[in-house]
Design a protein around this ligand. Structure first.
Ligand code: NAP
Length: 298
């Protein structure tokens, strides 16, 4: 049984992962920034006849992070696995995204991960073992073609790079680092709702970025209509915590689409970005690009 500390378990993937790991028999420390939001988790645990220790941790607050990690070590003797799951989304043209909004996304999705990671590393180094699981997204690959997710995409791309840097730094110390990429279309979690509302509002009150806003609204509506695949991401995160020798990266379900997007040559990418609807451009680009074509063609 491993001692597993998870961030952001008041909803969505974090909540479901806490329940899944507790059901698998792991000792789960489910953290959240606001303990008054713990009812959903407690109810889900009770329904699954599983147990977890709920504790406060706001990943934007270094004091809260240090205290939570110290708490787990005091109670369980060790943090075997840290799951950096907490994140917030952001949507809108970069021109209209304020420093404050951008900072909030990075403070949670990037610096939050760094804070929690720094808090566990001295302990893991002393033990010569430990595992850090970072929850990223297919959105970390900007050629996928999702529109107006700039702050979120940039934060997940930064997380992607930081995770692989960390692999190189701590692998010689016996510490494992795993990147799990959820699909862009997993959805149905709390974080999606305000973003979907905002995307719908774009279509109603377009700005100078009307083309992108129409495409973004259609993409979000498309995602909302897809089957809920959050359970698949939860299984990947739970496996990343528990399997004996995890891979460095659990790719998103739609890996083929991501690969296709990552291979888009620059000139094609530029034509797609400009809104060129020539059919041959859309043949092998995967992801969200084909949807853009149907929006642009009305
Ligand atoms: N859902 C998807 O389709 C999808 C796909 C790919 C990747 N992901 C990734 O999966 C992870 C979980 O997202 P989700 O979809 O489950 O979203 P979610 O339901 O909105 O959950 C996000 C969690 O993070 C918490 N959080 C936000 N700021 C925090 C802070 N400062 N300190 C501690 N906790 C904080 C939230 O707490 P509050 O309740 O207090 O706000 C919430 O519990 C994220 O890393 C996301 O990027 C999701």
């Amino acid at each position: 049984m491993a001692n597993i500390l998870i961030t952001g378990t008041s909803s969505g993937i974090g909540l479901a992962t806490a329940v899944e790991l507790a059901t698998r028999g792991e000792r789960v420390f489910a953290s959240m920034r606001d303990l008054s939001r713990a009812d959903g988790l407690r109810h889900a645990l009770a329904t699954a006849h599983a147990e977890a220790t709920v504790l406060q941790m706001d990943v934007t607050d270094p004091v809260s992070v240090e205290r939570a990690v110290a708490d787990v070590i005091r109670q369980a003797g060790a943090v075997d696995v840290l799951v950096n799951n907490a994140a917030i989304m952001g949507i809108g043209p970069l021109e209209f995204t304020s420093d404050e909004e951008f900072h909030e996304v990075f403070d949670t999705n990037v610096f939050g991960v760094l804070r929690a990671t720094r808090a566990v590393l001295p302990h893991m180094r002393r033990r010569g073992r430990g595992r850090i699981v970072n929850v990223s997204s297919a959105a970390a690959h900007p050629r996928v073609g999702v529109r107006l997710w700039g702050s979120y995409t940039a934060s997940k791309a930064a997380l992607h790079a930081l995770t692989l840097e960390l692999v190189k730094e701590v692998a010689p110390l016996g510490i494992e680092v795993v990147l799990v990429e959820g699909g862009v279309d997993a959805n149905r979690t709390a974080g999606w709702a305000p973003i979907q509302q905002k995307a719908t509002a774009f279509a109603a009150e377009p700005t100078a970025y009307e083309t992108c806003e129409r495409i973004a609204a259609a993409q979000m509506a498309f995602v909302a209509g897809n089957p809920d695949r959050v359970a698949n991401v939860v299984t990947m995160v739970a496996d990343a915590c528990t399997v004996a020798h995890p891979p460095v990266r659990y790719p998103p379900e739609a890996q083929q689409g991501i690969d296709a997007a990552n291979r888009i040559p620059d000139d094609v990418f530029l034509r797609l970005a400009r809104g060129d609807t020539a059919e041959e451009l859309y043949e092998s680009v995967g992801g969200f690009w084909p949807l853009q074509r149907s929006v642009l063609n009305g």
